[in-house]
Design a protein around this ligand. Structure first.
Ligand SMILES: O=C(O)CCC(=O)C(=O)O
Ligand SMILES: [Fe+2]
Length: 192
């Protein structure tokens, strides 16, 4: 079992569509590793995605959603959560991906990421194999089981408006997008 939680409907379909449109047209840049402002772009063999700069109102909307669902995550993971990191608004185009990685909370790495306890991803559009202008193919968020256990890979269903959260030390990846564009918002809850 890979500890995670899915909460459907944190944003409605209209809000998801509006967000996708805003991310697509907003200024953006190659996303970094760790998401630190001013950091040099990630090596393209590790992470390839565009990070958009959205309006303050949109950022406030997402912050409110992340705050609203914090108690459910605290109950699920049995953790007291504190600060929420600045959300990232991600736009994956064909060929974009993020190799298997951990977001933080690993005792081996002593950087900002050690404060991250729970990672959250909000899906903004739908993954589907049959072509439609509204959906994308590939681009699965796949959680990996702990290396010490049986080999386990669990793809998260990408439903617009669904929030998926997992412990930040969980290895996960985004497989390459093979058709169209994928939109997500990601953020991290730190320990209280
Ligand atoms: O876009 C996603 O589904 C996840 C991205 C991710 O793993 C990250 O930004 O650390
Ligand atoms: Fe991640």
């Amino acid at each position: 079992m890979i500890d995670h939680i899915q909460i459907a409907g944190v944003l409605d379909e209209a809000a998801c569509s509006a967000l996708c449109a805003e991310i697509r047209t907003a200024n953006g840049r190659a996303a970094e590793l760790l998401g630190r402002d001013g950091q040099k772009p990630a090596w393209p063999e590790i992470r390839k995605t565009r990070r958009a700069t959205v309006s303050p109102a949109t950022e406030a909307l997402i912050n409110a959603v992340l705050v609203e669902h914090k108690p459910a995550l605290e109950r699920h993971f049995g953790l007291a959560l504190g600060q929420i990191e600045k959300p990232q608004f991600l736009h994956y185009r064909e060929g974009d991906f993020f190799v298997p990685h951990q977001d933080g909370n690993t005792p081996l790495i002593h950087d900002e990421s050690r404060f991250r306890k729970v990672s959250a991803v909000i899906f903004l559009n739908r993954q589907a194999e049959d072509p439609s202008s509204q959906t994308y193919a590939g681009g699965s968020l796949v959680l990996h089981g702990h290396y010490s256990g049986p080999e386990l890979r669990v793809a998260m269903p990408a439903l617009p408006g669904t929030l998926v959260a997992f412990r930040s030390e969980t290895t996960h990846e985004v497989t390459p997008v093979t058709r169209n564009e994928r939109f997500t918002v990601v953020s991290w809850y730190r320990g209280a």
